[in-house]
Design a protein around this ligand. Sequence first.
Ligand code: ARG
Length: 466
Amino acid sequence: MTGQFGNKNKAWSARFSEPVSDLVKRYTASVDFDQRLAEVDIRGSLAHAAMLAATGILSESDLASIQRGFTTIREEIAAGRFEWSLDLEDVHLNIEKRLTELVGDAGKRLHTARSRNDQVATDIRLWLRDATDEILTLLRALQEALLALAEQHADTIMPGFTHLQVAQPVTFGHHLLAYVEMLSRDAGRLADTRRRINRLPLGAAALAGTTFPIDREHVARTLGFDGVCENSLDAVSDRDFAIEFCADASLLMMHLSRFSEELVNWMSPRVGFIDLSDRYCTGSSIMPQKKNPDVPELVRGKTGRVYGHLMALLTLMKGQPLAYNKDNQEDKEPLFDTVDTLVATLRLFADMTTGIQVRAERMRQAAAEGFSTATDLADYLVKRGLPFRDAHELVAQAVREASDAGVDLAGLGRERLKALSPLVGDDVLETLTLEGSVNARNHIGGTAPAQVRAAIARHRARLASA
Ligand code: ARG
């Protein structure tokens, strides 16, 4: 056989006098992993073919043949009957070859005014746009799960920490809302990245554009792109959007990893603030008493691989001259694995969140230890006219005394506290209560239950309008 795909099945065989070695074939082929681009590759090809027909570059009957061919190919792929061949290197050549088998010359005409360089760039953008939308949906579900839990625990008091030491009481709802804030920034970043993903490279052809009278806007509209990449060299070689996506993903995983670390800590029997549903934990093969928080630990662990993919893509691009180089083929696996990791992690996390059982008594008990309301006593004195630094000093003395006596500040008793300063009144013990402490922080961003409820309402309104 001669002609396209004839000799050794390759699209460029006429130029070559010997086939590539087996090792080279294996080394350079991407079909094992890029076949997951098949659906977007077909979508892109159909849009390209429709444009070629609309501009008179391709006949209507060729377009009809191509459309018919792709219907069959889609069925074959869906049924697992499509035969992927390493000889055909990648997803694009495999599909084009099969199309030509099915519809003859019309299939051979599909590649007019196109190159695999602008084709693959288009495929990845389409694929990543869909993936981004899925991740945004999952992110929203996780935020909703966190909001529901925060609402249940708007009044639940726990210790807030700095340096992992009890600092001031906070509400558990407030603590959870800190993660909702992080996740809303993540969603914002992804939505912003999506705008840069959603540009059409097709029409750049190999690197310089094409001699055919194409209509790139037509293709962009068909595929739902916001516009076209405006420089052909940049269009085929740009992978910024993939790097940006991985950077967004890294931040998101970092947030989930921090939360995971807290869950692991809260679940340890020494702390005992929460329990996770059994379906999120495993036992030990040797120690019968164990219930290990495997899922949050793995989230923490998988964060590393996502950071790794970001580094891989940054490094992939740093040495490439314009325009397309085969290096770019290495963009796919890191991107695919980043998406897979994110999708699986977000799914599990939302479900895990709904199964968090809170041990409010343990939290409260821990908040009552460690002089967590010492700042409230200092604030009390300041409100009665003492300069803050002096109040700080006075309360530090009281803490030391209480600590020596093995009691908390309230445990010193009203009379002893009154002896600290003539500014201390009969109402001093109320300022030392946990409820008094959290309720007093009643401004936007504060931990008061009323503020937690207001913040939940704001987040819900924002999610509803997004
Ligand atoms: N499989 C290739 C990739 O992923 C497709 C583009 C190949 N282009 C080329 N000129 N060899 O990047």
